[in-house]
Design a protein around this ligand. Structure first.
Ligand SMILES: [Zn+2]
Length: 880
């Protein structure tokens, strides 16, 4: 186990590496009981390091050292020091070859970092610090080397042997063994190293690049998954084309490979030329994957592919710069998804995640800047702040510079830093140099944590025809940071007249051809803008397209929100007005008397959405989703979750009862029998009919129940089957629920990815996911503690989505989670540290809940031998 008092690592203490590695020669002998790793490093002193005569220090973790040789001469134990987590050689020449042999046990590696086994195959995960679990190495991203990798294994059990780059040699060995040698011509940090050995089937395709080179595309999956590769392969080809067209980036190797792995801590990993994916993020067929899964797969395939430039060719200097590659790449994959589908819907989805989960992180004990200043365990910093807020920061640069200047900036960035390990500051500087804009104040977005709050007020001067908008910004204190400076915020606005017309935004009297939308640049604590030529009080449309990741407070009346819902030319803001109205209505019912009335205008506006088929149906499908419980909790102080849950359910049921006939009609209108398609229109139709079904079953509607069963049994795709199953599971018809769950299980019991969905639909449901039922799921033969997807689909879904049960007033949900975190901490600390997150938000809740959550956290803290991963999260969240 790791030490009990983990060290904090600071950005301010960054030093260039004392030694560089130019070339790495690896030889893996893979056996059933372990693996012998022979590594030969070509090392030289770093001319940029001032540490003359520094000892050579190589990182290691859980390695059994067999031998060390320097320039071919074996070293004796007195020549080096094996500290367990470091191999230190006090005295080395300026330039030398170091050969190290280690023994590792992939079969016993339950942390899933380094080399491990999943469903009988060897695979790796090296980001962030997994390579040190394979061999001794300077495990830091600013040491970039060329890798040559020879893999040897039994040929019948492991016919496929893969690593990065191109395969340059292969052959037979004694005892039924064989080998393949791979050579990667591009220098890379060791976190991008990958190895796979297994009995896999290969799916092939090709892609011709813009310069006319043919790239060999290969997917490797277990034989049972052979029919589930097409969507990922098509997504890959679309991504490759898009990156050429939009960013001018061509693929560089001759082969691009994707491997699907069942046991994986993350979603996917961008190893150079050999991307490794969690099966659930790459395999799909109409019969087994929902629309959301299809879209997620397309986005993740694109994301990992885009990393080839934003991450691999240009990488991070140190892990504090993680958002350099992640924020930029998430921004790129969001642009890609918007181009492939509906841009407004994509924006709504991104902002929903950001406002629900990232804002909560920014307001919680683990709040950190996009470029953190310190960490204990870097695995804990693969966060929504690094990824999603990091993407918003890049998006704001895009807003400020405009698309052409932004492209010039990204071209300059790639050209200037190709083959280098750099910082977020280098990225911003490239944008400044290309555009001539000064982004010095903008850099605060990387340095200051917390979500800026904008308080907006307005004034109308009828006599002078002036409309004044005053925007005050304030950034809340976060752990270790207070008294923050104002940030540079692009704030997109429009003004609407009483008939819904867009008014010209005249900032200087007499200005002609003023635009109807402007991006105001906020740089001061308070900013006032005057609009001229306004003859009546307008309705402001603020922060269009969510032009910055901030909270906006403005005293909208319900009247104004209803007006924006039907008139705002910005689709995003139309949706947002609907969300604000629904939030306001639900909040007013939290703790209210049982017979308190539900706002009748909410019903009217939803009726209009359901019935007017001339509206953009993809947007309507989103507008009909009430704000989630998680979002309502995020907005509340002293949240009383059961009360919020009841208020939200009350509104849902009231809408369903009032609109019962309209919902049945909506269901029938959107029912279809044609071929399954993944277009925004078809996705919207499925979403609308499944929403209608869910609402009808909330009120135990007999016709809805029949429709649900008919759809459940007759569906030709997983979206409809799962939509019907979810509706039945959440209804009061207990027998129907059990029947549908059992039928579903029998149909898909052989497919682990579908069974994960089956677990999570129960664990996330208040009706099917009370604690005794959750315990039963954990005992189910298909459940597996060693598989992170299974853990997430039961324990994660319960604590993250089944909020009324998790926040049960007796604290049993908290105790349950604490117990599972402690149990997982020994085997897989990365997953344990992620799972504990809901408890770390304890300060957000009403006092009775708060105390119980705190007590549960303290029990985790007191566990003997707590991992560094969980230690950091728990200690930070309990700190004052
Ligand atoms: Zn990434």
């Amino acid at each position: 186990m790791r030490s009990n008092q983990p060290q904090t690592i600071y950005l301010s203490e960054y030093k260039v590496p004392a030694y560089l590695v130019d070339h790495v020669d690896l030889r893996f002998e893979l056996f059933e009981d372990g693996a012998r790793v022979h590594s030969t490093l070509s090392v030289r002193r770093n001319p940029e390091s001032s540490e003359d005569g520094a000892p050579l220090e190589l990182d290691g973790d859980s390695l059994k050292l067999e031998s060390v040789a320097l320039d071919g001469a074996g070293l004796s134990a007195s020549d080096y020091e094996d500290r367990g987590d470091q191999l230190v050689i006090a005295s080395v020449p300026e330039q030398f070859e170091l050969s190290v042999v280690t023994w590792i046990e992939p079969r016993n590696n339950t942390r899933l970092e380094g080399l491990y086994m999943s469903s009988g195959m060897f695979c790796t995960q090296c980001e962030a610090e997994g390579f040190r679990c394979i061999t001794f190495f300077p495990d830091r991203p600013d040491v970039m080397a060329r890798f040559r990798t020879r893999i040897e294994a039994d040929k019948s059990s492991y016919p496929v042997l893969l690593s990065n780059g191109n395969d340059v040699d292969r052959g037979e060995l004694d005892d039924g063994r064989h080998f393949v040698t791979w050579e990667d011509p591009f220098p890379k940090p060791c976190y991008l190293f990958a190895l796979v050995a297994g009995d896999l089937v290969e799916k092939r395709d090709t892609f011709r690049t813009c310069s006319g080179r043919d790239i060999d595309l290969r997917m490797y999956v277990e034989p049972r998954n052979a029919e589930k590769c097409d969507h990922a392969m098509d997504s890959l080809k679309r991504s490759m084309r898009w990156d050429e067209e939009v960013y001018g980036r061509e693929y560089d190797l001759d082969i691009f490979m994707i491997v699907a792995v069942d046991d994986f801590n993350m979603g996917a990993m961008e190893n150079k030329g050999l991307n490794i994916f969690n099966s659930s993020c790459v395999l799909a067929s109409q019969d087994t994957a929902t629309d959301a899964a299809f879209q997620r797969i397309e986005a993740i395939v694109a994301h990992e592919y885009f990393h080839n430039w934003s991450g691999n060719r240009v990488t991070c200097r140190d892990w504090f710069q993680l958002s350099l590659k992640e924020g930029f790449t998430v921004f790129r994959d969001s642009q890609f998804s918007a181009d492939m589908g509906s841009p407004t819907v994509k924006r709504i989805e991104d902002v929903t995640l950001l406002r629900t989960a990232q804002f909560a992180e920014d307001a919680g004990p683990m709040a950190h800047p996009v470029r953190p200043a310190s960490y204990m365990e870097i695995s804990n910093f693969y966060t929504l702040t690094i990824y999603e807020k990091g993407a918003e920061v890049v998006s704001m640069i895009h807003n400020l510079l405009g698309p052409e200047m932004f492209r010039k900036g990204s071209d300059l960035y790639f050209e200037r830093h190709d083959g280098q390990a750099v910082t977020t500051d280098d990225f911003v500087r490239a944008m400044e140099d290309a555009s001539g804009r000064d982004l010095s104040q903008f850099r605060l977005w990387y340095e200051q944590a917390g979500t800026p709050v904008l308080n907006v007020s307005d004034e109308f001067d009828q006599e002078r025809g002036l409309y004044r908008l005053t925007i005050e910004q304030h950034i809340p204190d976060t752990p270790g940071q207070s008294n923050k400076k104002p940030q540079h915020i692009p704030f997109a606005v429009g003004l609407l007249g009483s008939r819904g017309e867009a008014l010209p935004l005249i900032l200087e009297a007499g200005e002609e051809h003023a635009p109807a939308e402007r991006v105001l640049e906020l740089t001061e604590a308070s900013h006032t803008f005057e609009f001229h030529g306004i003859s009546e009080r307008p309705v402001p449309s603020l922060l269009r397209h969510f032009s910055a990741p901030v909270r906006v407070n403005y005293p909208w009346s319900r009247e104004q929100l209803l007006f924006l819902m039907s008139h705002d030319p910005d689709g995003f803001n139309r949706w947002d007005a609907g969300q604000r109205l629904a939030v306001d209505v639900i909040q007013s019912l939290v703790g209210a008397a049982k017979d308190a009335a539900v706002e009748p205008r909410l019903v009217t506006s939803y009726r209009h959405l359901i019935c007017d088929s001339s509206l953009d149906q993809a947007l309507v499908a989103k507008m009909l989703q009430l704000p989630s419980e998680a979002y309502l909790i995020e907005l509340a102080d002293n949240a009383d979750v059961p009360a919020i849950h009841r208020a939200r359910e009350r509104v849902l049921k009231h809408l369903a009862i009032s609109l019962r006939d309209e919902l049945v009609a909506c269901y029938r209108r959107n029912f279809e029998s044609g071929d399954y398609e993944i277009t925004p229109e078809a996705i919207a139709r499925r979403s609308l009919r499944n929403t209608a079904l869910a609402w009808l079953l909330m009120i135990n509607d007999e016709e809805g129940r029949e429709l649900a069963f008919r759809q459940f049994r007759g569906a030709d795709n997983m979206t409809d089957r799962m939509g019907a199953l979810r509706a039945l599971v959440n209804s009061d018809y207990g027998e129907d629920r059990n029947l549908a769950l059992e039928e579903f299980y029998q149909q898909f019991r052989e497919d682990p990815q579908v069974i994960e969905q089956w677990f999570s639909v129960q664990a996330a449901s208040e009706r099917a996911g009370q604690l005794p039922q959750i315990h039963a799921l954990l005992e189910h033969p298909a459940f597996d503690w060693k598989n992170p997807n299974k853990v997430r689909s039961v324990v994660g879904a319960f604590a993250g989505q089944n909020l009324a049960a998790f926040h049960s007033p007796d604290g049993s949900g908290y105790d349950f989670l604490a117990e599972q975190v402690c149990r997982l901490d020994d085997s897989n600390p990365q997953i344990a540290a992620r799972l504990v997150t809901p408890l770390t938000r304890w300060r957000k809740f009403a006092p009775a809940y708060r105390q119980r959550m705190q007590a549960a956290l303290e029990r985790v803290r007191d566990k003997a031998g707590l991992s560094r991963d969980v230690y950091e999260v728990v200690h930070k969240s309990l700190a004052d």
